[in-house]
Design a protein around this ligand. Structure first.
Ligand SMILES: C[S@@+](CC[C@H](N)C(=O)[O-])C[C@H]1O[C@@H](n2cnc3c(N)ncnc32)[C@H](O)[C@@H]1O
Length: 246
């Protein structure tokens, strides 16, 4: 089993990745971010939707949202989140390397470091090609990851995150000459330790832009945050947006 298929990673560490604070922040991004503003009623594909942190507020905005995720557990949570919020979204179990619905969407999003998971570089490129081919002409893809330039400022320093009744210890290792990284997470609670690890590509803005262009996108732009800030020394995220031209 590859690390991204490990339900224990997504569910066991969900307090870190999918906290109520993050959901509130995502909802603010959906109403306020110029990068997540789409034409009224737009058809939006949420690639790797997880438990619907962005799916729900996007559906609430009136977009026709399709969420795709590999994990049945995460999809069940997304379904519950939609029901709790009183919104409708199509939820599909699928692999981002395989899922493609030609010309069916006005926007595709891939948010919160859900890209760069595959060891073979061409599989990550295929994810962008699938997004490109799923867009109608003029449609846009938005990918949000931690950029290499930003990550380099703190990578290697062990990090501790407080969670209810415990702590999560995080330690990173840089691999393959800054091509990829491995993060090991240990949740210590009630005298027990639970571990998980992930290995992911980390892209500079220039590398991710080149990948978008290789997948066929035009007008590729990089931003440093959901406010549309420049990708500079103050960037908190690397957000790349490209257009399917024809
Ligand atoms: C970091 S979470 C982000 C979820 C969501 N975008 C968010 O903002 O909360 C990554 C998600 O990718 C899903 N995933 C992992 N590998 C996948 C694959 N090959 N195809 C589709 N989804 C995948 C996981 O199940 C998980 O829900």
């Amino acid at each position: 089993m590859d690390w991204y298929e490990d339900e224990d990673l997504w569910t066991g560490f969900s307090e870190v990745m999918f906290s109520p604070e993050r959901s509130a922040q995502a909802a603010r991004h959906v109403t306020g971010s110029p990068l997540l503003r789409f034409p009224a009623g737009a058809r939006v594909l949420d690639q790797c939707c997880g438990m619907g942190v962005f799916t729900v507020p996007l559906a609430r905005q009136g977009y026709a949202v399709t969420g795709v995720d590999l994990s049945p557990v995460m999809l069940a949570r997304a379904e519950r989140a939609c029901a709790d919020a009183g919104v409708k979204a199509e939820l599909v179990r699928g692999d981002m390397r395989e899922y493609v619905r030609p010309g069916a969407f006005d926007a595709v999003i891939n948010l919160y470091t859900s890209f760069g998971y595959f060891e073979a570089p061409e599989e990550n490129l295929r994810v962008l090609r699938n997004a490109h081919d799923s867009l109608a002409p003029g449609g846009r893809l938005v990918v949000d990851v931690m950029g290499k330039e930003t990550y380099a400022r703190w990578a290697g320093q062990p990090k501790v995150v407080e969670v209810p009744g415990g702590q999560v210890f995080m330690a990173d290792t840089i691999l393959d000459d800054w091509t990829r990284y491995r993060t090991e997470w240990t949740l210590v609670r009630d005298g027990t330790a639970r571990r998980a690890a992930l290995t992911c590509f980390v892209y500079s803005a220039a590398e991710l832009r080149a990948l978008f262009e290789a997948a066929g996108f035009t007008g590729v732009e990089c931003f440093g945050g959901f406010g549309g800030e420049p990708y500079d020394n103050l960037a908190t995220r690397l957000i790349v947006r490209g257009t399917r031209s024809g």
